[in-house]
Design a protein around this ligand. Structure first.
Ligand SMILES: [Fe+2]
Length: 312
């Protein structure tokens, strides 16, 4: 499939998905790893021909009370990658997460691959660099990552083609990644019975989120959507993280076809007002804006996580 650079990125993504949906060789193999502590799903996506793999939204385990990190979640991924003999070429973040720490640098050391996020991370680094009063040694240019994706940019995973789409709203940096017939949509939309991501973090915007979601829902109905989180939903006892564009358009409780932008914005704003901040927002943000690395150790060799009091 040849991407036409003059085309709209979504039109190019739709073409890519249509091509892959009709040809099994162009469909990626996907394994989801659910972290119950943070309700996060990490993915290992691979090209079954070349066995090249991308790891999307990995989790570094963190116990807030003791300030200890551990690697159980990351090790499950390493085991899977090793058992399948995969060659990791990408470590991709959909955004700077506020509810879990990224294990990308640890996985990069163990497995290789390029660490990537959307170019909007620079704005997120500016906002949180200020909030946490980070020193001038904290670079706010995205240089902690090996690659910054732009809207509509194409990339390869072995024989498979990918397209990055900018889908801001939850945060300014959110990206969705289309690989073959699958879309990794990060924190935009959740399972149809749960709805959508919150839009009240610094730099978040409910109107933008609606527009980003409608952009994703204009992809072909059969597009496989892989979500970043699941929290179950009333009447559902199992975690789930895969759905389709068609299912979302028919049934999403927040943004199914027919819900207007104003209705969505009113609902989202109302709902976000009563949501508590995620337990791990302070450590997550400080680590994830650094590409998943702890803040520079102080002169005693220890890294510290700060808490801005009465500032958020
Ligand atoms: Fe998030």
């Amino acid at each position: 499939m040849h991407v036409d650079p003059t085309n709209d990125p979504v039109a190019n993504a739709a073409k890519l998905i249509d091509t892959a949906a009709s040809d099994h060789a162009l469909r990626p193999s996907i394994a989801g790893f659910f972290d119950e502590a943070t309700n996060t799903v990490s993915y290992v996506v691979h090209d079954p021909v070349s066995m090249e793999a991308a790891i999307i939204d990995s989790v570094l385990d963190y116990e807030a009370a003791s300030g200890r990190t551990s690697f159980g979640s990351a090790e499950r991924i390493i085991e899977y990658v090793t058992s399948k003999n995969l060659k990791v070429t990408w470590l991709i973040e959909t955004h700077a997460h506020a509810d879990h720490l990224s294990a990308a640098p640890f996985l990069q050391e163990e497995l290789g691959g390029k660490l990537a996020i959307g170019e909007g991370i620079i704005r997120v680094q500016e906002v949180f660099g200020k909030l946490f009063n980070a020193g001038s040694d904290f670079e706010r240019d995205g240089s902690q990552f090996d690659h910054l994706f732009t809207d509509g940019e194409t990339f390869r995973l072995g024989e498979l083609e990918g397209i990055a789409l900018h889908v801001p709203g939850h945060t300014p940096a959110d990206m969705a990644y289309i690989i073959g017939d699958a879309a990794f949509v990060g924190d935009t939309i959740f399972m149809p019975d749960f709805g959508t991501a919150r839009a009240d973090f610094p730099g978040g915007d409910a109107r933008q989120l609606f527009q980003s979601i409608r952009r994703l829902l204009s992809l072909p109905r059969e597009t496989r959507l892989f979500l970043c989180h699941d929290y179950k939903a009333p009447g559902r006892d199992d975690y789930a993280w895969e759905t389709t564009v068609g299912q979302q358009r028919d049934a999403n409780v927040h943004v199914r076809d027919g819900v207007s932008e104003d209705e969505f914005v009113a609902m989202r704003t109302e709902r976000d007002r009563v949501l508590a901040m995620p337990n791990l927002i302070m450590p997550s943000v400080q680590v994830n804006i650094r590409g998943g690395r702890l803040p520079e150790p102080e002169d005693n060799g220890v890294s510290y996580i700060k808490i801005p009091v009465n500032a958020v």
